[in-house]
Design a protein around this ligand. Sequence first.
Ligand SMILES: [Zn+2]
Length: 351
Amino acid sequence: MARIRSDGLIFRKERRVARIHDPRNSFALTDVESEIRYDPLTGESSRICHFSLPAAAPSDLADLAEARRPGCPFCPGRIDVVTPRFPEDLVPGGRFRRGEAVVFPNLFPYDELSAVVVPVARHDVSMADVPESLVVNGIATARDFLSATLPRMGGDLYGMVTWNFMPPAGGTQLHPHLQVLGTSEPGSATRRELAAEESWLASTGRPFAPDLLAAEEEAGRVVGRTGGWTWFVPFSPIGLLGDCRAVLPGKSTVLELTDEDIADFAVGAHRALRGFAGAGLWSFNMTFVSDRSGERSGRHSLSARLLPRLYIDPVLHVPDANYLNMLLGERYCMVWPEEVAARLRVAFSEG
Ligand SMILES: [Zn+2]
């Protein structure tokens, strides 16, 4: 099953068959297939169990957003009163502003520099129509905030920009907000990825990302391009109902993004989110995977991961995580990545 390309990149997969007497079919002996796929960079595995799973946004989401508006800490009128402030020597004025976007410290910090970006005053935004201007505001503000603060923290750090949108993704406020970290410790997944990219560069003399994009293109999982960004659905999935990535070869940190890069990213993000929303999804995590600000080896290309999240059973609050991913570090997916790619390709072609 494994497919080894001349550049050494392997899309390795293994088919598994479980045999059961199926009560849904008069207990006939039935083969049920699943598949294990291995990430071509890190070798980490994920499982594809392609069962049908309907998803739908709650019908009362607009009502919920409206009910939360009077107490929303991120809406105009309250954001300047209830959110924390940075020390003056880090952020003069206490809060960082760019247009209507506001950055303030996380009341529950994950690290030395842990901030929240509220990109727009608008309270109610749906995944089906996240405005490009919101994405631009959020990322450009995060970039400018990190550019202003990381040097004051002593330099060679990871500037991380992440997003939890809506409760299934861990968003505790419905009002759109991103999270920004400045840290010397980017977390296990980024550390593993960078180490694997360093090994790839050392053994092939080439960075990994261009080889990966060429291989994903050949495999039919590239769904679109916006400026320098290539959007694709990875061979080895991480989302229960799919996920996608964007890669910008030639740049390795959010700090390096130009306004044009960010505008191009926003076009793709809007299309990808709309594509997932078309399948009934309404919540997502997004993160940029950045290298250290001082890294000059060329090992890493900046990427963004977009992971739709859901409640498997909204009534019983069954999440899309269980022992597999939480305890065993094994991701599982209920759709073929190639089907997700086909759906997103339509969203990208519609502009
Ligand atoms: Zn609000």
